[in-house]
Design a protein around this ligand. Structure first.
Ligand code: C2E
Ligand code: MG
Ligand code: MG
Length: 572
């Protein structure tokens, strides 16, 4: 009777063999007779429903009995439907089709509950369902190694924000596909691996039946290889990389959440170490994470308790020796730890997003201070202020408006303010950063590229950015007097900048030798301990009164770049 439905059928002789057959073949539907040798239908049904892997199979009960309690029992035991014997073919077909359709829906729901619809990978629920039993059996079988890899795409948010929703989805699918490809190659047995997407750009991989713990790292490296490289999304080409945290199984873990947490910590360390790498978890990481979390909490509190202050470092014209601008630099005095260097707290502030508030504070405090100097000390009239801008602040669409408002509130002209953006921040994702910078510049604010030479961009990209000043990183300046290579590099930067009408500032001038060379190379401005350390605000008006001690006599005529530069390189 079932043949016209074009279904594949299998028969079992009795209840016990039906249960065996169901376990072996996982059928889509079971037609179960009531009266059988051995176990009767109701008993078989109860066994089926008690086994989680069989419980999902719908059962149509087949009975010749017209007793009411049989039908009640069959539904109470979990049957999907029933038919009376002898039954008509059309009725049987209708009931079978309905049950199969129902089954498809249930399967679909089941899939949705355990998978990520976007990438088709497992979701967190399924991942934990597979991981937890492995953890539970760890104490009995400590020789069975397994591992969790936590993968996070580097700078995904930034790319995603610029792609728009549909392209962002396409990008994620591509990431997932590459991850699967790398994983499949490194770990070919599908029963020994499971990749899942936790959300956003976070993926986790479960590796089972590892021969030894070092194998996890090897597989992680292979996945990393396949994730790094060029992505084609729509008509765009995006250079991508990922960071992977590797965590091996250990008897001390009791829950899947704990393992995910530590794998995440290892991933976080990989990001910290410079992204695009794998890091294996070790116990000292936990302490570092706690330290950072404590620092972040202290930072939040510091904002409300005014523990921050600004110091001001003069930026001096190398032609006249006059201070033209003052760079505002943040200082934090921690109530118990004392002064904490910016190199320690700025990265934490960037990561937590607190940098946005902190940057806003720096800008308004520096503007307020400048207005006060200008108001009280006539000789400070022409000096400008330079404030560092974090990449996160560039994300705000209202940045230019907000900055203009701060200036207006303090009665300052836009030309009095420089904003410093580091090279890598300005150049990474040109589109938004470029647009924000243009908006700022349209307001009349000056833009400086900070730490130039430390990023990955080339000089050739410079013309694409609307900048006024270029600050050559102090690592270049430090090497300038020891190596003619650095001197010619600085020379090349200065010459190119001149063609693009960008002024050059040399950072970190510490010796008279460096100063002499930089002046000879035609560098426009200088900043560094030789000229002045960063000053507390009350020392600034006095500093601006006096000529700078370390500064030699002003140059008379602007230097003839090429000839002077060359002669400067040969010792006098
Ligand atoms: P930066 O913007 O490149 O600032 C210049 C850094 O070089 C300052 O370090 C300054 O004290 C130091 N410096 C100046 N002259 C010399 C020298 O001759 N030799 C040496 N060895 N160092 C010199 P500082 O104050 O520790 O600031 C470090 C970084 O923190 C800054 O680098 C900047 O990127 C960031 N930062 C400081 N204040 C702020 C802020 O308000 N907002 C943001 N987003 N970042 C800030
Ligand atoms: Mg700076
Ligand atoms: Mg700098």
């Amino acid at each position: 009777m079932l043949q016209p439905l074009k279904v594949e059928t299998q028969e079992a002789e009795d209840g016990a063999s039906a249960l065996d057959l169901a376990r072996q073949t996982a059928p889509d539907l079971i037609l179960l007779d009531h009266e059988m040798r051995g176990m009767n239908g109701i008993e078989v049904l109860r066994h089926l429903k008690a086994d989680p892997s069989l419980a999902v199979i719908p059962v149509i009960f087949v009975t010749g009995s017209s007793e009411a309690h049989v039908i009640t029992d069959c539904f109470q035991s979990g049957a999907a439907d029933y038919v009376h014997k002898p039954c008509r073919e059309s009725e049987l077909h209708a009931r079978v089709n309905a049950a199969l359709e129902n089954r498809r829906l249930v399967d679909e729901l089941q899939w949705l509950a355990t998978h990520d619809p976007l990438t088709g990978l497992a979701n967190r629920t399924l991942f934990i369902q597979r991981l937890q039993p492995l953890i539970d059996s760890q104490s009995e079988h400590p020789e069975q190694h397994f591992a969790v890899l936590f993968t996070d795409f580097d700078r995904f948010k930034r790319v995603n924000d610029n792609l728009g929703h549909a392209m962002g989805d396409e990008f994620l699918r591509e990431i997932a596909a590459r991850l699967e490809r790398g994983l499949t190659q490194a770990c070919p047995d599908p029963t020994h691996r499971l990749a899942a997407r936790l959300g956003g750009d976070e993926f986790v991989v479960l590796l089972e039946a590892l021969s030894d713990p070092s194998q996890a790292r090897t597989i992680a490296d292979a996945i990393l290889d396949s994730l790094c490289g060029t992505y084609r999304v729509g008509h765009l080409e995006i250079a991508g990389s990922a960071s992977i945290g590797v965590l091996n199984s250990a008897p001390s873990y009791a829950s899947a959440e704990e393992m995910l947490r530590d794998a995440d910590t290892a991933m976080y360390e990989a990001k910290h170490a410079g992204r695009g790498r794998c890091t294996t978890f070790d116990a000292t990481m936990q302490q570092r994470v706690r330290d950072r979390a404590a620092l972040e909490q202290d930072l939040r509190r510091a904002l409300t308790r005014s523990e921050f202050s600004l110091v001001y470092q003069p930026i001096v014209s190398l032609r006249t020796g006059r201070t033209e601008t003052l760079e505002a630099l943040l200082r934090w005095r921690h109530p118990t730890r004392g002064p904490i260097p910016p190199s320690e707290f700025i990265p934490v502030a960037e990561e937590s997003g607190l940098i946005v508030q902190l940057g806003r504070w720096s800008l308004s405090e520096a503007s307020r201070q400048l207005a006060e100097w200008r108001h009280r000390h006539p000789h400070t009239q022409d000096v400008g202020i330079s404030v560092n801008l974090s990449r996160r602040q560039l994300d705000s669409p209202t940045l230019a408006r907000d900055v203009a408002q701060v200036l207006a509130e303090n009665g300052l002209p836009p030309g009095a303010l420089h904003l410093e953006v580091t090279e890598s921040e300005a150049m990474h994702d040109h589109a938004t950063a470029g647009q924000r910078l243009q908006e700022l510049r349209d307001c009349g604010i000056k833009l400086d590229i900070d730490d130039f030479g430390t990023g990955h961009s080339s000089l050739a990209c410079l013309h694409r950015f609307p900048v006024d000043f270029l600050k050559i990183d102090r690592s270049f300046v430090a090497s300038i007097s020891d190596s003619s290579l650095f001197a010619s590099l600085v020379d090349a930067i200065t010459q190119l900048a001149r063609t693009l009408q960008i002024q050059v500032v040399a950072e970190g001038i510490e010796t008279p030798d460096q100063l002499r060379l930089l002046r000879a190379l035609g560098c426009d401005f200088g900043q560094g301990y030789l000229l002045s350390r960063p000053l507390p605000p009350w020392q600034v008006p006095e500093f601006l009164m006096e000529p700078i001690a370390a500064f030699p006599a002003p140059l008379e005529a602007p230097p003839e770049t090429a000839s002077l530069a060359n002669s400067a390189l040969t010792p006098a």
